[in-house]
Ligand binder design. Structure first.
Ligand code: MTE
Ligand code: MOS
Length: 813
């Protein structure tokens, strides 16, 4: 066992403890950034001046009328920026733009004594815009050749030879939707300046160090003049990885110019219309299978809807390409990634960070092709699982392929698949207008940031004379339970009870140069850094204890707050030990650091081993679909998920449940609509509120929901043998989509492929049922490879052009 993964005697990690803020969350006592304004004197409120046009040049901006509104103190415009007018890292995201790039783009901010005065002031600002043509849909952007950023190509094997060797070749297209984060807490920042003009920003950010960097460059300051603190977030889900920076910069600029604290907090509609979302994608593919249904070759182009600026679109597309394989070995592949530039918000990170988009492509292919190959979808998936010795299309060996089948086997067992499939067949035979189906999908998700440099973490651990311990680390808390795990790690490494350890809010003046709390790597990076700091302290204390206990330091164990020498009965309590160390002038604070070893990635050749390990899981979902309306219910879901050796089982199960439900929301329910017409509100987000944008609630939960963590799953390469859990479970929701596809297919003749729009709303399922009833896409009568688009069932709603799916063709089948 590695030193990193080995657990000591009676570890605090592994105990099912509640979230460290659970009581504060449920009583409402937990403080979020915007709660601080009630504790802050003389706060000014900032309100954005949003231009309601999709695209246009600003020819005039008149702030005078706003200044006439009582209570308005100042209007911030581009002219006020002392440093760089950019809210991002790529200089393509002006904080105060002179060109409106999307409907609702903020071009100025009004500061006032009250929020209402700021709102009235913003409404009074006059902006003249010279309207320009706009690209709203992904199709429009692709047709216009409007692309930005990198265009990576992932190549492996010999694609042409792979197709030549294939007994069956299918082509298709899929377009799937974006997703709104809908964190409960909208974007928020509160900035102050101190007597030396130093800036302190409270920000709801997953990446305080980058918020700090951007605030500094906007203000023309150095990083040591700006401190960013994040108490906690009311959800981030990737939406606060990059998007908070500009809002923090507005607050900081306002504070700097007025000398007063400035608060920015978006209301829900502002948050929905101004901040980026999960990237929707378009995919075009061609796949070859051998006579047994084994994938021979895949040629695909994935185009992400990047929105107006790049933001994180390049790494999102990179991760999408790195996950097109999911759990399947693809010996020959050519996958191209592109980023469309549209006049919409700048799409960004969202749980899975492109991974779900890449995996959706291959899972859709598997679901569509199985009937065309005459195979059960479960069987087709199993046949293509990675085996020992095989590598991903980007060249990373898949070292634990047995985990893929282990979770799969166990979920089949837990879910009683064999019996239930018989029951479902009997039910379907007896019910012409209601159909049930059960589908299983698995997952393989790479853990670590693709960009190797981000894979580092830091911590600062302080032991006070009274034996109490305070830890700081570079990660942020957004509900995922990172802080809880960090407390458990510190208590475990020091050998003390959990209540002895407290955690201080994340801030950039405690741990510098931190990475975003993202890529699910928060625990791996910060946990190993906390462990490292605690080990330094423990070693010093073992020396002190050794003298008192007449033992060798190497033989001293600290367990549950008591130090003992091996084989000796003498004891030294933690508090006494710490006091002794203090009196001996032993340093009782330590900075910890961790860098993930063994990673390398070449973004140019798109090859390397960017991931420390893979997370795995499998889900079995059963649905029931109504043939008249397409309405459906999720009857039961069983999940077996691999979190390694869990650090905190209750937290991990919560992450699996939450991730799954959020994924099911993306794939079945959540439907962002934009005005794609040519009228005056072209480009407007139509779903601007909870009334029109539906995220899952209790009523959409599976009626029966069983989550199990894979046993005996310790991971050598991570802190105390655990595996990252934050994002991967979202991708277990493919099982729901595949079950819906199979249920729709059950309304038609067997052997027909059914195409399903994403999100698979009841409406989309209804159209899939209609297509299935007409015979779906069948092998018989399909066009020869290459002319696939003709004469085949199309489904989905035409309104937004979000039609997917062309036909399949086959050579020699
Ligand atoms: N869980 C909750 N409750 N709230 C969140 O915002 N974000 C997810 C995931 N789980 C999120 C969450 C995302 S996108 C990531 S990358 C991880 O948590 C980040 O935290 P971790 O690295 O500590 O797992
Ligand atoms: Mo998560 S999308 O990596 O913040």
């Amino acid at each position: 066992m590695s030193r990193l993964s080995e657990r000591p005697e009676k570890p605090v990690v592994g105990l099912p403890v509640p979230h460290e803020s659970a009581v504060l969350h449920v009583t409402g006592a937990a403080l979020y950034t915007d709660d601080l304004i009630h504790r802050t004197k003389d706060v000014l409120h900032a309100y954005p001046v949003q231009v309601m046009k999709a695209h246009g040049r600003i020819t005039a901006l008149r702030t005078g009328p706003a200044l006439a509104v009582p209570g308005v103190v100042r209007v911030l415009t581009g002219a006020d920026v002392p440093g760089v007018n950019d809210a991002g890292m790529k200089h393509d995201e002006p904080l105060f733009p002179d060109e409106v790039m999307f409907h609702g783009h903020a071009v100025a901010w009004v500061l006032a004594e009250t929020l209402e005065a700021a709102r009235l002031g913003a409404a009074a600002v006059e902006v003249d815009v010279d309207e320009q043509p706009s690209l709203i849909t992904l199709q429009e952007a692709i047709a216009a050749g409007s692309l930005h950023g990198a265009r990576p190509v992932m190549l492996t094997g010999d694609v042409d030879a792979g197709f030549a060797d294939s007994a069956h070749v299918f082509t298709g297209e899929l377009q799937f939707s974006d997703q709104e984060h809908f964190y409960l807490e909208t974007h928020a920042a509160l900035a102050y300046v101190d007597e030396a003009e130093q800036v302190f920003v409270q920000s709801s950010t997953q990446h305080p160090s980058e918020t700090q960097e951007i605030v500094a460059h906007v203000l023309g300051l150095h990083s040591h003049e700006v401190t960013v603190q994040c108490l906690r977030m009311g959800g981030g889900f990737g939406g606060k990885e990059m998007q908070p920076h500009g809002f923090a910069a507005v607050a900081a600029l306002g504070a700097r110019l007025t000398g007063r604290p400035v608060r920015v907090r978006l209301n829900r509609t502002q948050d929905l219309t101004m901040s980026g979302k999960r990237h929707g994608f378009h995919a075009e593919w061609r796949i070859g299978f051998d006579a047994d249904g084994r994938i021979q070759a895949l040629d695909a182009t994935l185009t992400a809807d990047g929105g107006w600026s790049l933001d994180l679109s390049e790494p999102v597309v990179a991760r999408a390409l790195c996950h097109v394989d999911n759990t399947y070995w693809i010996p020959n592949a050519r996958i191209t990634g592109r980023i469309a530039r549209t006049n919409k918000v700048s799409n960004t990170a969202f749980r899975g960070f492109g991974g779900p988009q890449g995996m959706l492509v291959i899972e859709d292919i598997m679901g569509r092709c199985a009937p065309l190959l005459g195979l059960d979808p479960m069987e087709l998936r199993e046949r293509n699982f990675y085996r020992q010795g095989q590598a991903t299309p980007y060249g990373q060996p898949v070292l634990q392929p047995e985990r893929i089948s282990a979770v799969w086997r166990q979920v089949k067992e837990n879910a009683g698949i064999a019996d239930r499939r018989r029951e479902i067949d009997a039910f379907n035979a007896a019910h012409p207008n209601t159909k049930r189906a059960l589908a299983i999908t698995g997952l393989k998700f790479g853990i670590s940031f693709n960009l190797t440099a981000f894979n580092q973490g830091g911590a600062l651990v302080l032991i006070y004379k009274d034996g109490s311990v305070l830890i700081n680390h570079g990660g942020t808390e957004m509900g995922q339970g990172l802080h809880t795990k960090m407390l458990q790690v510190a208590a475990t490494t020091l050998g003390i009870p959990l209540h002895k350890v407290r955690l201080a809010p994340t801030r950039t003046d405690k741990v510098p140069n931190t990475s975003a709390t993202a890529a699910s790597a928060g625990t791996d990076l910060n946990g190993a850094a906390v462990k490292n700091a605690c080990e330094q302290l423990r070693e010093r204390l073992q020396q002190v204890a050794a003298t008192r206990l007449g033992s060798n330091a190497a033989d001293v164990r600290i367990v549950e707050g008591v130090a003992r020498g091996l084989g000796s009965d003498e004891e030294l309590a933690w508090d006494d030990l710490v006091r002794t160390a203090y009196l001996q002038r032993v340093q009782l604070s330590a900075a910890g650091f961790y860098r993930t070893e063994g990673l390398h990635w070449d973004a140019k050749t798109f090859r390397g081993s960017p991931f420390k390990y893979f997370a795995h899981g499998a889900a079995a979902a059963e649905v029931e679909v109504d043939g008249f309306t397409g309405a459906y219910r999720i009857r039961r879901v069983d999940i077996v998920h691999d979190v390694g050796d869990s650090l905190s089982p209750m937290i991990d199960i919560g992450q699996v449940e939450g991730g799954f439900v959020q994924g099911a929301g993306w794939l079945t329910l959540e439907d962002l609509r934009w005005d794609v017409g040519d009228g005056p509100s072209r480009g407007r987000l139509l779903t601007q509120a909870a009334s029109t944008y539906k995220i899952p609630s209790f009523s959409e939960m599976p009626a029966e929901f069983n989550v199990t963590l894979l046993k005996n799953a310790g991971e050598e390469g991570a802190v105390y043998g655990s595996k990252a859990v934050g994002e991967p479970p979202l991708m277990l929701a493919f099982s729901v989509r595949e079950a819906l596809r199979q249920a729709a297919a059950a309304f038609g003749p067997s052997g027909a492929g059914v195409e399903l729009a994403s999100p698979a709303t009841p409406e989309a399922v209804y159209w899939a049922i209609q297509a299935a009833r007409r015979g779906g896409v069948s092998r018989i009568g399909s066009t020869p490879d290459g002319s696939a688009a003709e004469g085949h069932a199309r489904n989905g709603h035409a309104a937004d052009g979000r039609i997917r799916a062309d036909a399949a063709a086959s050579n020699g089948a």
